[in-house]
Ligand binder design. Structure first.
Ligand SMILES: *Cc1c(COP(=O)(O)O)cnc(C)c1O
Length: 463
């Protein structure tokens, strides 16, 4: 168990974006593209000093860089315009981070929204987005979610026979008929980040199994309440290869041809999301531009060989759209040295604001915002403050000399952090700010003790 420290000559500066221009892809770097170090040796994002933000808004604090987020939106959107000769639509998988301000920024870039619950539909509507830009997903949508979405004119991604049955019986309550639907198919392509497999069937709770598809085509084609506009497949997340999505394009085209034999006019094909980002320097995803080029070319090629017109091409990135735009700032608290085993450095957040390490053993990197150029000198474990031994944010983080009160920044926390946050230990969820041009604005207020009691009821007889 003895740990021999290695020589660590680097500093936090190694994570700064390599060039000031935004030609590189945000998903290939750990810090937002506006990250700099100022004259106080402090980390700056969007022209704001991270330590000042913590003084103003408290910690933990999610810091969202608007320029990085807009850049990823534009790289996707403009990439499809450049490489795909047909129509295209980029759709944000809002489960990555759904709140009114995030939806509003992304909507202003012209993107659509993949929503997976009534709550996400509601949030996105509140951001001023209309239902015709939303696509409702989910393997077990409730009847009320289906009704809410369909009444608001969202496109419904049909995931099961129950979705079809529910919608048929809800149809008389929906003003605008037919209901726009797409069918989610399980393409038999599975990705495990670094390799993928292709099979006829796939053990997945999502979508229709290949042997069901023809029956679904037949059923849907006979229902006047449906306008089946497209097919959809999504195969996984944090994918670094291009081949799986190129294969999806081909599979979707083949199914579109089969659908036409049932009289269905498939105009849209959605290849899902899944492009990976850098959480550590070892991660090596393609750039957004490279990915868009690869899938666009694959779609064109598949359509040419099937001799069909180009469909409207849809893609649904979540993580790669927002993951690299945000960091989480924590304040360093207690230090515990377990001789010859490990040193724990605790911060004022943890698994309630970032459940990914404890849930998926996800690995993150960190910098100390007020000591950016200090040499890295120890390898220690960053622990959260929750009553759970597994509440470790980073095992073996390389840090400079630190003191209580220093500001620790965990990078690439934009996706699946706030959206998966909880109130475990009755800890309020952190505030979030969006930063741009040296200005910071609150987008999520820090939860107060009152907020924590908002749902609590005390029955009369217990008083
Ligand atoms: C989660 C999800 C996405 C987004 O995945 P990322 O890996 O975050 O890009 C897209 N589509 C569907 C249906 C999803 O479930």
């Amino acid at each position: 168990m003895t740990f021999t420290p290695v020589k660590l000559p680097d500093s936090g500066l190694k994570y700064l974006p390599k060039s000031a221009d935004s030609a590189s892809s945000p998903n290939q770097q750990l810090l937002p593209i506006t990250a700099k170090v100022n004259e106080h040796d402090h980390l700056e994002i969007g022209g704001t000093d991270v330590t000042t933000l913590v003084e103003q808004y408290g910690s933990p604090l999610y810091i969202l860089d608007e320029e990085t987020l807009r850049t990823t939106c534009r790289q996707y959107r403009d990439g499809f315009k450049k490489y795909y000769p047909g129509e295209s639509q980029v759709i944000y998988a809002s489960k990555a981070w759904s709140c009114v301000a995030v939806c509003s920024i992304i909507a202003s870039e012209g993107l659509g929204f993949d929503v997976v619950s009534g709550g996400e539909v509601y949030t996105t509507l509140k951001a001023g987005v209309t239902g015709n830009k939303m696509y409702l997903h989910g393997n077990n949508k409730s009847a009320s979610e289906l009704l809410f979405a369909a009444q608001n004119n969202c496109t419904i991604i049909i995931d099961s026979w129950l979705d079809l049955e529910n919608l048929v019986s809800l149809a008389d309550q929906i003003q605008e008929l037919p209901i726009r639907i797409m069918l989610r198919l399980t393409p038999g392509i599975e990705c495990h980040t670094h390799d993928y497999i292709k099979t006829g069937h796939l053990d997945s709770k999502f979508g229709f199994d290949p042997n069901q598809i023809e029956a679904v085509f037949a059923f849907v084609s006979k229902q006047s309440c449906f306008n089946c506009i497209g097919l959809h497949a999504h195969i996984g997340s944090q994918i670094f290869e291009r081949q799986p999505h190129q294969d999806i394009a081909e599979v979707l085209v083949q199914w579109a041809v089969r659908a036409s034999e049932y009289g269905l006019n498939i105009e849209e094909l959605n290849i899902g999301g899944g492009l990976g980002i850098c959480y550590t320097e070892a991660d090596d995803p393609p750039s957004i531009d490279e990915w868009v080029k690869a899938v666009s070319e694959a779609m064109v090629k598949a359509c040419q060989s099937a001799n069909i017109a180009l469909p409207k091409l849809l893609a649904e990135p979540g993580r790669s759209l927002i993951g690299s735009s945000c960091v989480t700032a924590y304040t360093i608290g207690s230090r515990k040295v377990v001789p010859e085993i490990r040193t724990y450095l605790s911060v004022d957040g943890g698994m309630s604001d970032n459940p990914r390490p404890i849930t998926y053993q996800s690995v993150y990197r960190t910098v100390v915002a007020n000591r950016m150029s200090a040499p890295l000198e120890e390898t220690i474990t960053i622990a959260g403050k929750h009553c759970e031994s597994g509440d470790v944010l980073i095992k073996d983080a390389e840090l400079p000399h630190t003191e209580t009160g220093d500001i620790l920044v965990v990078m690439a926390t934009g996706a699946y952090n706030y959206s998966m946050a909880s109130n475990y230990n009755r800890i309020g969820r952190p505030a979030a700010v969006v930063v741009k041009d040296a200005e910071a604005n609150l987008i999520l207020r820090r939860e107060t003790y009152e907020d924590l009691l908002r749902q609590d009821c005390l029955p009369e007889r217990l008083r």
